[in-house]
Design a protein around this ligand. Structure first.
Ligand code: GTR
Length: 423
């Protein structure tokens, strides 16, 4: 390449990974802030036992996140039937079995169809499974020609073969680098994935996806404290769990949630609403995920609510330029997962997601893990690059940009081996 072109490519890489103009990337400009304490009741009394955490304090914090950030998921809304569309051992992978399951929500003549793709290791009778959404269709995670193409709306991306908001054959395998399926199977784990747009297309439109299935008469969008898109995606993961619990090839006590970026935010909330998930992985989830909002480092609450007005509930907009008044911060989202193993991962060049703020959430959630006799992130200082910590709260910051890589997966498998296989 010519030097000038190389220079522009360099500039582009810097902008993409470091984030956007007009936002703070300077540690010395992070404001002083005081965090809410997960182990103190509003009146000032301390939480001293697991029982008082579980019965009283945890529900208080959960209700605040639900009411002020993610929005309430309508009670009782459930997938009405699961249909195994096909299963086969003819796949591009060794010792693997593929299953494609349709999850159907039928209500008053309307239908929502969500496709789940599952690969299980044939040599493990009842396998632990990583469950996570993909960005560009189930067929994007693999070169397997049998994997069906979703017809749901997707953001255009001609270079990935997404044209007229439809996924195409051209997008087959485009995300396979993010899903090292053979490596996961070889480690004795299964993998289950769903295109997130099947549950709710990622756009500011509440007439599509699952939301309309819960509307009362004349309602056309959720109320200020009702579910945004992230909560809808979290709902979808619980529905997938309802299927996985019944699949004899799956060990339902070892289903691990995994998500990258906006889907990492989703994995954290899905873990908080559904205690059946044994372990939760947040890969570069950033603002509104693992990163502390009060640091205002990289992406801010106002920015996320403006670029993605549909992700959180309307009530969350009250905290635009007003992080100090949040009745919680993201360390308490991590605390809601205690005592289950949770892994938070960052990338060195992903300043937009605030790696340090992601680490600190785990650090400030740690007293809740201590209550259960578990270690979390014990040091206020994050570890060096590529030096994972694997206590009940795990963390690494790897070299490179905002992405999910084989390095990340290698740590997740090791973390799962350590915390789930010892049973
Ligand atoms: C960005 C957004 C982040 C993150 C990311 C992604 O544009 O600002 O919060 O979620 O998208 O999901 O890839």
């Amino acid at each position: 390449m010519k030097p000038l072109i190389l220079f522009f490519v360099f500039l582009l890489t810097v902008f993409q990974s470091a984030g956007q103009d007009g936002f703070n990337y300077d540690e010395s400009k992070v404001p002083q802030f005081k965090l809410t304490d997960p182990l103190v009741f509003p009146g000032g009394r301390k939480v001293r036992s697991v029982k008082s955490w579980e019965r009283r304090r945890k529900p208080q914090i959960f209700n605040l996140f639900e009411d002020q950030m993610f929005g309430k998921i309508p009670a009782g809304l459930k997938i009405t039937h699961f249909r195994v569309l096909e299963e086969s051992t003819e796949t591009p992978y060794k010792n693997a079995k593929r299953k494609q399951v349709e999850m159907i929500l039928e209500k008053e003549g309307k239908e929502l169809r969500i496709l789940m793709l599952i690969y299980l290791p044939v040599n493990v009778p009842s396998a632990p499974v990583f469950l996570g959404y993909n960005f560009h269709g189930n067929h994007s995670v693999t070169t397997d020609v049998e994997v069906k193409i979703s017809e749901s709306w997707c953001n255009n991306n001609p270079s990935l073969g997404i044209i007229n908001n439809q996924l195409t054959e051209q997008s087959r395998g485009v995300e396979s680098g993010r899903w090292p399926i053979q490596m996961i199977l070889d480690a004795g784990y299964g993998v289950a994935t769903i295109f997130y747009g099947d549950v709710d297309p990622d756009r500011d439109d509440f007439t599509d996806g699952v939301h309309p299935f819960a509307y009362r008469e004349n309602q056309s969008r959720p109320l200020p404290n009702e579910w945004g898109s992230i909560a809808a995606w979290a709902w979808g993961l619980s529905q997938a769990m309802n299927y996985l619990e019944k699949d004899p090839g799956v060990d339902p006590s070892r289903v691990i949630l995994i998500g990258h970026s906006r889907l990492g935010k989703t994995a954290l909330w899905a873990g908080a609403i559904d205690s059946r998930f044994a372990m939760i992985i947040s890969n570069d989830s950033g603002c509104g995920g693992a990163a502390l909002s009060r640091r205002k480092f990289g992406e801010t609450v106002k920015r996320i609510n403006t670029s993605f007005p549909h992700w959180y509930c309307t009530n969350f907009k009250a905290y635009n330029d007003n992080e100090e008044n949040l009745p919680f911060d993201q360390h308490e989202l991590i605390a809601l997962l205690a005592p289950r193993p949770v892994y938070i991962a960052s990338a060195q060049e992903d300043l937009w997601a605030d790696p340090r703020g992601e680490y600190l959430s785990g650090f400030y959630a740690t007293p809740v893990y201590h209550l259960f006799g578990k270690n979390g992130l014990e040091s206020p200082v994050p570890p060096s690059v590529n030096q994972p910590v694997m206590n009940q709260i795990g963390y690494h910051i790897r070299t490179g940009k905002h992405d999910i890589t084989e390095y990340d997966w290698t740590q997740y498998i090791q973390f799962a081996d350590r915390h789930l296989l010892k049973k």
